[in-house]
Structure formats: structure tokens, C-alpha cells
Design a protein around this ligand. Structure first.
Ligand code: ACM
Length: 265
């Protein structure tokens, strides 16, 4: 199975330009599953709700969402992409999983980071795992967004629900996550794909630098890729997702069977 990420530099408040850039960067690339950054339609550093109102959109009928779904159809592949979502009068920091048949699944970021709490509602749906089919084989994938990494429960919940691949759209500003994903991969024996953005964003009060270095890990904690910190790239690697079905560490330990839930209270 061919999986990968698109690492790019979203233009703040310009969803149309972001669609164009995504189409350019994926033009000659084939894949089965591609993960794109958090808030790929809107950019990150909001100063006012008005800015969010202009770019956030409804899923699945919004223009950006439709463009991603069309790309998924055209590539006959699955795409996970972060976006600012509007639902009734509320906003969520969300991601979609687009299916080549036009269907979409939705995740809303559960653990909001810093000033995101000023703009977005925290996710109101539990972590979910979705069945996808590649080369006639059923594979299970789940989504979490950026700062969700700091809560090991996020990846653990997805893995315990059967996720073989954790898709992780991100806008990372701290330097820890790319290393921490090593633990998320080995402690759950799953593949992880962290798609981070690059570039800087500035408003009157602050400037944020996004750290790039998107990472793909396998269930044994091997880095299949750690991308550059300041260049756009679409990187694809071949994986064998069945590797994530084996939860045995050795003859006597199986990671989920050995959990002692009664001792964790
Ligand atoms: C983050 O959750 N975007 C740091």
C-alpha cells in the first residue's frame, strides 16, 4: 500500500489558493492514502472570529472539501485533510477522510491547543476508526489532529478500536511531537503519518514558526521518513499494513491483552 503526506505552506485566509497549491503539489503523484496538514484551507493564526467565518466551511458541501473529495476520486485514493469547519453557528478544527467514491468521514479535534480555545469548539465526537479498501484488502485507519499527540489516550483509543494507520494532520509549533510519535507508534504497534505544515504566520501580537519535518513511522518505531523543516514535499512510501495487526512484543507479552485496566484508576 502506498501511503504518504503532503507537507506544504498554506496561505492564511485563502482557501482557493490552498486548493491550487495542493493540486500542483500532488499532480504527478500516485498514492493510496495521503495525509495533509491541519487547517489546510484556512491557515492557523487567527486574530478574530471574523477571519474564521470567512474561511471555515461546511462538511461535505464546502468548496475546499469538495476539491479534496474530487482529488480523491481522480486519484482513486483516500485523503485525510485538516480544515476549519463551520457547523451551524459553531467552528471546529476538523479533518476529513475522503473516499474515492465521494464519501467523507469527519473528525473534530478533541484536545485544542492554546488560543485555538478562543476560536473553536472542542471536538464533540469520540475517536473513530474507518474501514478503507486497498487492493481488495480491508484496512483500518483513524484520525487525530496535532496536539492530540500529547494525550497518549488519543492514539491508544484509535489503536484499541483497530486502527492500523493513524493519520495525523498537524500545525506543529513545539519541537517535541516528531520524536514523541516514535512512542505512539511502538506503544500501539501502528503506523503513524504526521503531516505537518511549514512556514511562519504573523499577526499584530505574535509570530508562529511551524516546524515541518513530517514523519511516518512503522509499528516497530522505524522512521520511514522525516521530512525537511522548511520545504514543501509530497512523500510516498510503500507499507504493509498487516504488520500493525501483530500486537505481540514477545512470546509472553501482547500489548493490549496485558493491560491492567483495574490498576489504572
Ligand atoms: C497544534 O495543536 N496545532 C499545536
Amino acid at each position: 500500500m502506498r501511503v504518504g503526506y503532503l507537507q506544504f505552506r498554506p496561505f492564511f485566509g485563502e482557501p482557493e489558493r490552498n486548493i491550487e497549491r495542493i493540486l500542483e503539489l500532488t499532480q504527478n503523484i500516485d498514492f493510496d492514502l495521503l495525509v495533509m496538514p491541519e487547517l489546510s484551507n484556512s491557515g492557523y493564526l487567527f486574530s478574530a472570529k471574523e477571519e474564521l467565518k470567512k474561511t471555515a466551511e461546511q462538511v461535505p458541501e464546502g468548496r475546499f472539501c469538495k476539491a479534496i473529495t474530487n482529488l480523491s476520486k481522480e486519484k482513486n485514493a483516500y485523503i485525510v485533510c485538516g480544515l476549519a469547519e463551520k457547523s451551524a453557528d459553531k467552528f471546529y478544527n476538523s479533518s476529513i477522510l475522503a473516499y474515492p467514491n465521494g464519501e467523507t468521514k469527519l473528525y473534530r479535534k478533541i484536545h485544542l491547543f492554546n488560543e485555538e480555545k478562543l476560536w473553536f469548539e472542542p471536538g464533540n465526537r469520540p475517536f473513530e476508526v474507518h474501514e478503507i479498501t486497498v487492493d481488495g484488502k480491508k484496512i483500518y485507519a483513524g484520525m487525530m489532529i496535532c496536539y492530540d499527540w500529547l494525550y497518549p489516550e488519543s492514539a491508544r483509543t484509535l489503536a484499541m478500536k483497530g486502527a492500523q494507520i493513524i493519520c495525523h494532520p498537524s500545525n506543529l509549533v513545539m519541537p517535541y511531537c516528531q520524536d514523541a510519535m516514535y512512542a505512539r507508534a511502538i506503544e500501539n504497534r501502528v503506523f503513524t503519518i504526521t503531516s505537518n505544515r511549514i512556514g511562519t504566520e504573523k499577526n499584530a501580537e505574535k509570530e508562529l514558526f511551524f516546524t515541518g519535518q513530517s514523519v511516518i513511522l512503522d509499528p516497530k518505531g522505524r522512521y520511514l521518513r522525516r521530512g525537511p523543516s522548511d520545504e514543501e514535499e509530497c512523500f510516498i512510501v510503500h507499507i504493509e499494513p498487516a504488520m500493525a495487526l501483530n500486537k505481540k512484543m514477545n512470546e509472553h507479552n501482547s500489548i493490549f491483552d496485558d493491560r491492567r485496566e483495574e490498576m489504572y484508576k
